[in-house]
Design a protein around this ligand. Structure first.
Ligand code: KG4
Ligand code: ZN
Length: 364
């Protein structure tokens, strides 16, 4: 076990957020967030309707050093007071990963510190333990722009993927629907806003994989159905847009509830002795109010406790990378400075590969 308390600098550059954070972990494993700086590149990517890898990598290069300095200043620490540096090594966009890894490695070399190469998904998976007592095992539902997965979290470094998307990620489905409707990027919040005044019963969109005996997701058929509806309608009125958004959202909610019910059953089969299991939800799509309500109700119905970290820790950030680093350091799981970026890096290395699972290569 590492000497306590430990202070970890985390760096996150896997997609379109440039982020640095410092966490403290005490000798009993309790976490404290000392600083958390996130710079979103939304404006840079918005004109293109999605994340452009080259633009993302360049923006990380421009901003990362300053953000690291800011996070250290806010934490009131010098580099030589750190216990280790943790940087996201994958999955994600190669250019961005290299920027963050190189910065993290340089700091560890200059100050003779241990280095931790973190799986971005492990960051999401362990986040609730930074702020609360969240005992292993628990179920993780990750719903973001790049990933849509169920993971069984049994311990630090012990994950079992129960299901994943076989095509688009859920956030991606929201973004693509918004794009088809001309609502701009990112689409999730805009689709949600329109859906509030729409008629969810007007269009009977598919509920992909509903009733299937696994925990996977699929959203490309739903997107195709939206596209066909848009094409058939021709010119769209404001009411048409609102009705499509509401019908789309309802299809997503019903699909998610069905998949969640499967995942709960799988969890209970695998861990029959856990009396009141926990579901952790992470990712930007967790901001959607209707989805949140549906998840809350489904948890209550199946006797699961819901743990959703605060929104700024659900979306991409470096606090989760620093915390995953702190948990790994406590177990002596440091990495070699030669560790290379892994654009595709499944959290659960045993699961069979699934073609096309999310735009960031979450697939095994
Ligand atoms: O976790 P996140 O911030 O980052 C990435 O995956 O990069 O998730 C962003 C995704 C986007 O696809 C966005 O459209 C979606 O989360 N999102 C939402 C909402 N807010 C953000 N989707 C549905 N409803 C929302 N209110
Ligand atoms: Zn993420």
């Amino acid at each position: 076990m590492a000497a306590a308390p430990t202070y970890i600098l985390g760096i996150e550059t896997s997609c379109d957020e440039t982020a640095a954070a410092v966490v403290r972990r005490d000798d009993e494993g309790r976490g404290e967030l000392l600083s958390n700086v996130v710079l979103s590149q939304l404006k840079e990517h918005a004109p293109f309707g999605g994340v452009v890898p080259e633009i993302a990598a360049r923006a990380h290069v421009i901003h990362l050093d300053r953000l690291i300095e800011q996070s250290m200043a806010e934490a009131k620490l010098n580099f030589n007071e750190l216990s280790a540096v943790a940087a996201t090594a994958g999955p994600g966009l190669l250019g961005g990963l290299i920027v963050g890894l190189t910065a993290g490695k340089a700091i560890t070399m200059a100050h003779d510190l241990p280095f931790l190469a973190i799986n971005h998904l492990e960051g999401h998976a362990l986040t609730p333990r930074l702020l609360s007592d969240c005992e292993f095992p628990y179920l993780l539902l990750l719903i973001s722009g790049g990933h849509t997965q169920f993971q069984l979290v049994e311990g630090v470094g012990h994950y079992k993927r129960l299901g994943t998307t076989i095509d688009d990620a859920l956030g991606e489905a929201f973004d693509k629907t918004a794009k088809l409707l001309g609502l701009g990027y990112p689409g999730g919040p805009r689709v949600e806003a329109y859906s509030k005044r729409g008629n969810a019963k007007r269009f009977d969109f598919p509920r992909p994989l509903k009733g299937r005996n696994d925990c996977n997701f699929s959203f490309s058929g739903l997107k195709t159905a939206v596209r066909e509806t848009v094409n058939n309608l021709g010119t769209l009125s404001d009411t048409d847009v609102a009705d499509i958004c509401a019908s789309f959202e309802l299809a997503v909610v019903e699909t998610l509830v069905d998949r969640l019910t499967r995942a709960f059953a799988r969890f209970n089969e695998m861990h029959p002795n856990v009396r009141k299991p926990t579901l952790v939800v992470a990712g930007g799509v967790a901001a959607n109010a209707k989805l949140r309500q549906a998840i809350e109700l489904t948890c209550a119905k199946h006797n699961f406790t819901l743990n959703v970290p605060p929104f700024h820790l659900c979306t991409d950030n470096a606090a989760m990378i620093a915390w995953a680093g702190a948990e790994r350091l406590a177990l002596g799981l440091t990495d070699d400075i030669a560790f290379k970026a892994r654009p595709r890096w499944p959290l659960d290395s045993v699961s069979a590969p699934i073609y096309g699972s999310g735009r960031l290569g979450a697939k095994a």
